[in-house]
Each structure stands twice: as C-alpha cells, then as structure tokens.
Write a protein that binds this ligand. Structure first.
Ligand SMILES: C[S@@+](CC[C@H](N)C(=O)[O-])C[C@H]1O[C@@H](n2cnc3c(N)ncnc32)[C@H](O)[C@@H]1O
Length: 273
C-alpha cells in the first residue's frame, strides 16, 4: 500500500468523520481496516480541489450546496460486478419467467436495486428476452458515476468473455473502426431497462406498481443488521404476491423477516398474506 503523502494526512479524527458521513449518507459501515482504501480513494478528490487537507475537504462534503457529497459517496462505494454473476439466480429467473410467460402477456416488473455498472440489469434483460417474456426493468444505484457507465451500455469484449458467444451475438453489437473491441447492448434490450439514481437508505420510497422480482445482491453487505431488516420489510411492501427477492451469496437478511420464505439458494419468495 502506498504510504500517505506528507501533504495529505488522514488523522484519526478525519477517518472517524469519513466513517460517520458515509454511514449517514449511504448506510455503509466502513471498518477500521478500510483506512488505506479511504485514503487512496479520497486523496484524488483532495487533489481535484487544489490540494485541500482532509478536514477542509470534509467541510466541503458537509456543506449543503456542494456537489462534492455525491463525489464523496461515489468514491467510497464498491462497485465490483459482472455479467451473470451468481448464475444460479439467472437460471431461476429463466424458469420462473418461462412459467409466467405462459400465464400472462403482461410485462414483468423487475428491480435491480444496486445495479453498479449495469451488468446485472442487462443480464436480467437477456434472460427475459431469451424466455420470450415481456419485462420492464428498473435499475438503480446511489453512485451517479457507475450509472453513467450502465446507461452508456458499452462494454469491453473482455468483460463479455464469460458469456457464450451466441449470447453475445444475440444481445450486443460489435464495434468497428475506432470502436473495435467494444460491444454495445442492442436497442431491443435498451428498451427494456430504465436507470435512475436511488439511495436504498432514503427515508421515504416512491410508491408505485409492485415488482415481480427484486435483485438486491452484494449491496447490503456493509449495512448494519437493523438496516438490512428494515430493507427486507421495505422490499416486502414493494413486491407483488409470490414475488422474488434475490440476494448476494453471503447475505441472508430476508430469512430474518416473516414475510419471506426461502425458495432456492439465496432466493426468497414473498409468502401469501
Ligand atoms: C458490489 S456492487 C453489486 C452490484 C451487483 N448488484 C452485483 O451483485 O454484481 C454494490 C453496489 O451497491 C451500491 N450501493 C451501496 N450503497 C447503496 C445505497 N445506500 N443505495 C443504493 N445503492 C447502494 C454501490 O454503489 C454499488 O454499485
């Protein structure tokens, strides 16, 4: 790990303040071990403000009119993702969508609730298109920067390597000339997904039509247990009867809520009321 530059010293006080602020803004509980990560990610922001120190920088983050709060949150989120990550969920979705498509032509409403750079939402769209099932997919994240990448929907060929070539050909357009090596999501998929910025810790959530499935995978790992349980209750209220909630490989928070029953590996179904 690179040593701290003398010009930028992250004191114990500054580090505690960073931890408190990211918890207040995003619900993320940063451990003591994340000190170097915090330093490395924020030092770039300090430089972009002309080399202010951490204390001055955090004043800026806290000032009401500053756009820096968003940049601070963007810098501290962890955005690791990939196409068809935790493939078992997409197998479950394909089987479930196939059954639903036989029963109704109404579009299924699916929410990717921490979508990062978009691979999860596009994977959902691919499965639904392959199943011949109409879908309206909402993909949200707190991080405005990753949402920009998700919306652009252009990925390097290496990022798509884990998918079978037939799937890539069916859902992506290959770049030529200056865009050689890039793959762009086809318009048919783009029409299925809407992206928006949304903080899962927001005090109030919009009320609207319910979702048939919600993906909340590898998002709440840094949230406290009570926040996870609050989220389970909120997701339950947003799901249609029989709706699915899919969580990350190391998460089990819906199991702690009476509204859900397990229906597969890290997959939960809303119990009939
Ligand atoms: C590790 S990525 C997971 C992406 C994808 N769900 C997956 O499993 O591959 C976690 C995402 O959750 C987002 N996130 C963290 N806190 C959030 C919050 N309070 N509200 C909404 N999104 C949040 C981060 O910005 C990040 O993009």
């Amino acid at each position: 790990m690179a040593p701290m530059e003398p010009a930028f010293v992250l004191t114990d006080r500054d580090f505690s303040r960073v931890r408190r602020l990211i918890h207040d803004y995003a619900g993320i509980k940063l451990s003591e071990q994340k000190r170097n990560m915090v330093y490395n990610r924020l030092v770039r922001r300090l430089r972009s403000h002309g080399g202010v120190d951490f204390s001055q920088y955090l004043d800026l983050v806290q000032s009401e009119r500053s756009a820096e709060r968003e940049a601070f949150v963007n810098a501290l989120t962890t955005n690791l993702t990939s196409f068809f990550r935790e493939a078992h969920h997409f197998e479950l979705l394909a089987a479930w969508a196939g059954e639903r498509a036989k029963a109704t032509t109404a579009p299924m409403r699916i929410w990717s609730s921490g979508c990062s750079t978009g691979e999860e939402a596009w994977s959902i769209a691919m499965v639904m298109r392959e199943a011949g099932a109409a879908a309206e997919i909402l993909a949200t994240d707190i991080d405005s920067e990753v949402l920009g990448v998700a919306r652009a929907a252009v990925y390097s060929a290496e990022r798509c390597e884990s998918m079978p070539q037939a799937r890539v050909r069916r859902h992506f357009l290959r770049g030529v000339g200056a865009n050689e090596g890039l793959l762009s999501v086809r318009p048919e998929l783009r029409a299925m997904v809407r992206f928006a910025q949304f903080n899962l810790q927001a005090p109030t959530w919009p009320v609207g039509e319910r979702f048939d499935a919600i993906f909340c995978r590898n998002v709440v790992i840094y949230f406290e247990r009570e926040a996870q349980l609050r989220l389970a209750a909120r997701f339950a209220a947003m799901l249609a009867p029989g709706g699915l909630l899919l969580v990350g490989h190391s998460e089990s928070f819906p199991a702690g809520h009476a509204a859900f029953r397990s229906c597969g590996r890290t997959a939960y179904e809303l119990r009939p009321s």
